[in-house]
Write a protein that binds this ligand. Sequence first.
Ligand SMILES: [Zn+2]
Length: 79
Amino acid sequence: MAVIYYGTKRKVKIDKSLGIQECPNCGRQIEMSLAHEKGYVHIYWIPIFPLGGWKFKACSNCGVSQKLTSAEFKALKKA
Ligand SMILES: [Zn+2]
């Protein structure tokens, strides 16, 4: 019986540092980063189709602190 290997892969990419801010999730004054995640579905580790990436502020303490819309992400990236 053939076994088909498939699954999803996700990669987080840090876009830039936002400096020290208060994290809305854990409440600490901490280094925050602007980041986005990209993912894809693979079969036998060959990417088949991309999954919708999402954008967020990353906290160096708790991880994902706040999801962002595309407009918020663009504004922060330009700032
Ligand atoms: Zn946090």
